[in-house]
Design a protein around this ligand. Structure first.
Ligand code: B12
Ligand code: SF4
Length: 582
């Protein structure tokens, strides 16, 4: 096996998750991961592909997944066996604060002289605090780090100072922290999409399929995504990827879009690789209707199922154009609340009527399915308001839900309000109270046994306790509604109810626990493990809500992956079968 120049590790959310001393809440219900957040960022694949072109052999290791899949997997010993020129550790999502820093410590313990480079959105936000940890040598900021990373690796290889590497925070020879300008902020997404052939070669080269898998059940339920842009034109107040947040800590004044023809090419390319769930990330109307039209003209006619995201209601005319280009399309829209006052306070300025007209027009045009997302933990939202949102879900199902075409979801804003978001930066203005502000505070919070104490916020309208209870209450009620509308079976609902009842019982026990009482906490370990095991089991389509109803092919799930691995798996399977046959 060849030795990589660069190894990029994806840590678990909490390093010691296998010790089971924590009750994970429903924090990852609407994403493909379990609460360990084992999915790695799309950017790992673009980084690996770019570095390869620049002559650096790069290996991706999904450490979180390897630890999940094999209880006896010794992460430290594994890290000791790797000998790259530098290690990269992802701190993209803040929910990895504890796991990422702990992984960095292991790397430093085993390889004191090998540089540790951290990157991702949270690393960018907290770069100055992060560089103070002795286990971190470099932090690369920004939403597009492929090129600066290659420049840094070149400087490390040549033994020169990285003064000229854009976006870099580092310590010089005298231990002084240096913050290079955040000047690498490309205006378009010109980098070619993930190099499929490269991904295949690297998996085979490193003989490590698990290390490259984006999440546990990916092999069974592959999925691909076309990515429209880096940045966003909207300002949802809790989002660390909003226009405001990008300007504030990622140096991006406006989004960089993938040219529409290139995006169409990416989508066709992924589709051509095999079957699976395919989504276009980011509303294709964000760059204007001309961009949307050019994308649709270029992609037309693609008959395979594909899901588009809508950030705002859409016109009949637009939906007809989508249907002509993509006759088997589905839609996703996040309404956040049934109450336009709450939605407006969140930063979304449209009415229920406009959304309902969109749903009607979409189905009239031939849309196969609409997924609608709601959230708990919003400004001006009370527990009663959450109940009313759930009632609105039933209303939507009654009006539009025939043949399983409409799928509503509700989940808490958890575990963290995003750093860099409007609500995090100006909490009083939006009615938020922040409990953890620094990286270190978040790292420690992740070790709390009760997910209520992990939450870094509450609102003027709901305490953390309210958010926890409201989340369980809403999920129980929505499940019952789904049962009435044929979206869940009685068995599935019963299972979910059992899970919630057990979690609520455990919460009471945790509440009675004196802070720091490790002995008592150990006594609850078996119970926590049982509940976490249920939570962390492979999810069904009803939970993730992205099975495409009567499209049998997709019935089992929704899993988001970096492009290219479809090809990897197909190749690996072909190679294996080929070997067996020969
Ligand atoms: C698409 C998306 C998703 C997708 C896909 C995620 C994926 N696999 O990448 C899904 C829906 C699954 C998702 C899930 C989540 N997401 Co999300 N997501 C986004 C979104 C809309 C776009 C991201 C994108 O396409 N990036 C493009 C790719 C190519 O770049 P990239 O992955 O960011 O990587 C680049 C840089 O970040 C950096 N980089 C990243 N890692 C590393 C590591 C090193 C060592 C280096 C040097 C550089 C580096 O370099 C890369 C290449 O240039 C952003 C919002 C936005 N407007 O950006 C939110 C966003 C990133 N997500 C966010 C959150 C909170 C989550 C969840 C935690 C939500 C939850 N509680 O479930 C989960 C976590 C999932 C997990 N790990 O299991 C927050 C992050 C805030 C924060 N600081 O923590 C954001 C900013 C906004 C939001 N609230 O949605 N997400
Ligand atoms: S949540 Fe809002 S601000 Fe954040 S990426 Fe989505 S549309 Fe943009």
């Amino acid at each position: 096996m060849s030795r990589p120049d660069f190894v990029i590790l994806h840590p678990p959310s909490v390093y010691d998750f296998r010790r089971g001393l924590k009750l994970y809440g429903p924090v990852s219900e609407v994403v493909p991961s379990t609460p360990i957040f084992e999915m790695y960022p799309f950017g790992f694949a673009t980084i690996a592909s770019f570095l390869q072109q620049e002559g650096f052999r790069t290996r991706i290791v999904n450490l979180a997944l390897r630890m999940m899949n094999d209880p006896s997997f010794d992460a430290e010993r594994f890290i000791a066996s790797l000998h790259p020129q530098a290690f990269g550790i992802g701190l993209h999502w803040l929910c990895h604060a504890q796991g990422a820093l702990e992984t960095a410590k292991l790397v430093k313990r085993q390889h004191p002289d090998v540089p540790v480079i951290m990157g991702g959105f949270s690393a960018s936000y907290y770069h100055e605090e992060l560089i103070e940890y002795p286990e971190v040598d470099y932090v690369l900021r920004g939403d597009s780090t492929e090129r600066p990373l290659s420049q840094l690796l070149t400087a490390l290889r040549d033994g020169t100072d990285p003064d000229e590497v854009p976006n870099l925070t580092w310590r010089d020879g005298e231990g002084k922290v240096r913050v290079n300008p955040l000047s690498h902020v490309p205006e378009t997404v010109g980098l070619r999409p993930i190099d499929q052939a490269f991904m295949v070669r690297t998996v085979l080269r490193d003989r490590d399929l698990t290390g490259y898998l984006p999440f546990r059940d990916w092999l069974e339920f592959p999925m691909g995504a076309g990515i429209t842009c880096r940045g966003c034109t909207h300002n949802c107040i809790t989002c660390g990827g909003s226009e405001y947040a990008f300007q504030r800590y990622l140096g991006r004044e406006k989004p960089a879009f993938r040219p529409p023809e290139a995006l169409a090419d990416d989508v066709r390319n992924i589709r051509g690789l095999g079957k699976g769930f395919l989504i276009v990330v980011g509303d294709i109307r964000q760059a204007g209707m001309d961009y949307a039209r050019r994308f649709l003209d270029s992609v037309a006619v693609l008959r395979d199922p594909i899901t588009l995201e809508l950030f705002t209601p859409a016109s009949e005319d637009f939906l007809r154009q989508v249907a002509e280009a993509l006759p088997n399309f589905a839609l996703e829209i996040s309404l956040e609340s049934h109450d336009p006052v709450v939605r407006q306070a969140f930063g979304k300025h449209y009415s229920n009527e406009a959304v309902e007209r969109t749903i009607e027009a979409a189905f009239a045009a031939g849309c196969k399915r609409v997924d609608i997302y709601f959230m708990i933990g919003l400004p001006k939202q009370t527990r009663q308001s959450v109940r009313d949102t759930v009632a609105y879900c039933e209303e939507l199902l009654e009006r539009y839900g025939e043949e399983g075409r409409v799928h509503p979801f509700i989940s808490p804003l958890a575990p963290f309000l995003d750093p860099g978001s409007l609500a995090f930066e100006q909490p009083e203005r939006y009615g938020y109270r922040i409990f953890h502000r620094t990286l270190e505070e978040h790292r420690r919070a992740l070790l709390q046994p009760h997910w209520r104490d992990v939450l870094n916020y509450e609102t003027k309208w709901m305490t953390r306790e309210d958010i926890v209870l409201s989340s369980y209450e809403a999920s129980l009620e929505l499940n019952r509604i789904k049962l009435r509308h044929g979206l869940m079976s009685a068995e599935e609902v019963a299972q979910a109810e059992e899970r919630t009842t057990k979690a609520l019982e455990l919460i009471e026990l945790l509440d009675d626990l004196a802070e720091g009482d490790q002995e008592k906490l150990q006594e609850l370990r078996a119970q926590m493990e049982e509940i976490n095991a249920i939570v962390a089991r492979p999810r069904n389509d009803w939970e993730l809500g992205l099975s495409l109803g009567r499209w049998g092919l997709f019935r089992k799930g929704y899993f988001l992956v970096s492009q290219g691995l479809v090809a990897v798996v197909n190749e690996v399977r072909t190679a294996t079968v080929g070997k067996r046959l020969s």
